[in-house]
Design a binder for this molecule. Structure first.
Ligand SMILES: CC(C)(COP(=O)(O)OP(=O)(O)OC[C@H]1O[C@@H](n2cnc3c(N)ncnc32)[C@H](O)[C@@H]1OP(=O)(O)O)[C@@H](O)C(=O)NCCC(=O)NCCS
Length: 111
């Protein structure tokens, strides 16, 4: 199973600048990660795409919410996904994120 998403970074700014909205989509760990960057919007947009790509790849089981999908990084900065344990997903979920000045994109593969 596969999922993909792409989004204009400009479109994420409204959400990114509203703390309440941000907290409905991103976990504390994720928000702390964004705050390490001068241009946090491209990272926020990439994470948003990653969550959308994961939803598509998983076929949105039982209304899987944005907060049920957490994007984290390995020591080499490679992104990986942690899904809320209540979904008991046994398969491996792989993601890849990329961003330019104007767009962010992400792909998710379930194997
Ligand atoms: C990792 C690398 C390929 C990213 O490419 P880039 O063109 O600079 O940036 P992109 O916009 O395409 O991608 C950025 C995203 O790459 C992902 N990424 C970072 N390190 C990664 C790694 N080691 N492996 C896979 N993905 C990685 C992250 O998700 C990052 O976005 P995020 O910080 O918002 O989560 C580049 O920084 C690089 O070559 N780093 C040094 C060598 C390295 O670690 N290579 C690993 C792959 S060969």
């Amino acid at each position: 199973m596969i999922g993909i998403d792409i989004l204009e970074i400009e479109r994420i700014k409204i959400l990114a600048d509203d703390e309440n909205k941000l907290k409905k989509i991103f976990t504390e760990n994720e928000i702390n990660y964004f705050n390490n960057f001068k241009n946090k919007y491209e990272h926020i947009c990439g994470f948003f795409c990653a969550k959308e790509a994961v939803k598509k790849a998983l076929d949105c089981p039982n209304n899987l919410s944005f907060l049920d999908i957490e994007i984290l990084h390995s020591n080499s900065k490679k992104p990986y996904v942690k899904i809320n344990k209540k979904y008991e997903i046994k398969k491996q979920i792989k993601i890849s994120i990329s961003h330019s000045k104007t767009f962010a994109t992400a792909v998710c593969l379930i194997i």
